[in-house]
Design a protein around this ligand. Structure first.
Ligand SMILES: *Cc1c(COP(=O)(O)O)cnc(C)c1O
Length: 442
């Protein structure tokens, strides 16, 4: 498998190149040029296969030229000392809990795999990588934890000041060592724009070996396909033949990974794209018009994205055919009130705390099932973050605070270390050259 730019099909690179480059030089996103057929592997996998083993087999099936069977298994074992868990919520809705990793959010899967793969490819080579990433909350903490103390790798994380939860801020500003947090006086969209323009600034990239760890990095997307398969092999004997995944979405990396798993052989009937009021994609699915706009602040802030970066890949998968995309993906939008009401009700009825992002997903799944013609389906809703990461919102909805897992409790005791920056690409470029600039070879 090789990877081409969504903006230029003749620009083709191999997997290591794609993960270290992050974004293609023309600003496009890397996209697989072949579709591996994993059907046999998926349908033949035993229900009790561990997640790490399954991930190893899938990795080898997808990228055999870089990961022979033994290497794939070794990389998967090192990347995934944690695993997804399934929790039934109602007769028809299950939660796929993706928050049992180090930062308590699903982004741990992509970040841990990317960090392990980069370490694997850098081993023995005399070069460095500077990871530059924008976060609306959870990316930063997952990346910080995944790359902490990896030899040859520096990490710079941009986050929007005052727009991430206090706990998220602690998670990204207390890691230290090779991990630096930049506190941007602006929105997440500003952070994302700054990062994009840094990668397109050839004067800068010649001097600083920049690499992205955002959801635009194909090395984060591919491992996210693994847990869709994992959920299927564990639930297959208990599910309706008609089953869907419901995915709380912001930049649409998670959903795109699920759709790739389907393209590669996962027998799923469809997907539900769940958003908060930043509903650019649900609007597109219904109307065929994609209209990016400024993001609005919501209680599910990791989904506050007005111009979702992975939409380009979704278009690629469906050959830009709006009808084809809509046949496979339905959209649902939840307001803050609906998110809070879902959190309150699920806690009251099932005794389960939901984080606000997962609640947007459950709200979407319920609405989908209540609509005509869908009543027999099973819906696996991705639980994208641990509820304890959002104690203020959970308390507002339920009147109670969930217990902090020990790995979250301990970051609250450490001092915040962040460097304030203006929301401006030049300021970022200057900082990067100052800190990490190398001599330009003559
Ligand atoms: C990042 C994030 C999302 C959105 O995921 P995308 O891949 O950007 O669509 C949803 N929920 C949580 C908790 C997140 O951190």
């Amino acid at each position: 498998m090789r990877f081409y730019s969504t903006r230029n099909r003749t620009h083709v690179v191999d997997f290591p190149h794609a993960i270290f480059a992050g974004l293609a030089p023309d600003g496009g996103l890397y996209f697989p040029d072949t579709e591996p057929d994993l059907r046999e592997l998926i349908l033949g996998a035993p229900e009790d296969l561990s997640f790490a083993r399954l991930a190893g087999e899938l990795l080898h099936g997808i990228l055999p030229e870089h990961f022979d069977t033994a290497t794939a298994l070794d990389v998967a074992r090192r990347a995934f000392p944690f695993a997804p868990r399934l929790r039934p919520l109602t007769d028809q809705i299950s939660l796929l809990e993706l928050f049992h990793g180090p930062s308590c959010a699903f982004k741990d899967f992509g970040a841990a795999f990317l960090a392990t793969a980069m370490e694997h490819f850098l081993a023995g080579e005399n070069r460095r990588a500077v990871i530059l990433t924008a976060t609306s909350g959870d990316t930063g903490s997952a990346v910080a934890r995944a790359f902490h103390r990896r030899p040859g790798i520096e990490v710079v994380i941009l986050y929007p000041s005052g727009r991430v939860s206090p706990l998220q801020e602690r998670q990204l500003t207390t890691v230290g060592d090779n991990v630096t947090a930049l506190e941007v006086r602006g929105s997440f969209d500003d952070c994302q724009r700054m990062v994009k323009s840094a990668f397109l600034d050839t004067g800068l990239t010649r001097r600083v070996p920049l690499t992205s760890a955002n959801s635009i990095n194909i090395g984060r997307l591919i491992p996210q396909a693994f847990y869709y398969v994992d959920a299927f092999i564990r639930l297959r004997s208990r599910m309706a033949s008609d089953f869907l995944f419901c995915v709380p979405s912001g930049n649409f990396g998670n959903l795109t990974a699920g759709v790739l798993a389907w393209r590669w052989g996962l027998p799923v009937s469809g997907f539900i794209a769940a958003t908060n009021v930043n509903d650019v994609v649900p609007h597109y699915l219904v109307s065929g018009d994609f209209i990016p706009r400024q993001s609005l602040e919501t209680v599910a802030n990791a989904m506050d994205v007005g111009d979702p970066s992975n939409f380009e890949r979704m278009l690629e998968i469906f050959g830009a055919d709006h009808q084809d995309m809509h046949a496979m993906i339905g959209g649902e939008t939840a307001t803050d009130d609906e998110i809070l009401e879902t959190m309150r009700r699920v806690h009251q009825v099932a005794g389960v705390f939901l984080d606000p992002h997962t609640a947007a997903g459950v709200c979407a799944a319920e609405r989908y099932l209540a609509a005509d013609g869908a009543s027999d389906a099973s819906v696996i809703t991705l639980a994208t973050a641990h509820p304890a990461k959002f104690p203020e919102v959970v308390e507002r909805a339920t009147g109670e605070r969930p217990d902090l897992p020990p790995r979250l409790a301990e970051v609250m005791d450490r001092p915040k270390q962040a460097i304030p920056v203006e929301p401006c690409a030049d300021a970022l470029a200057e900082y990067l050259v100052e800190q990490y600039g190398e001599e330009v070879p003559q």
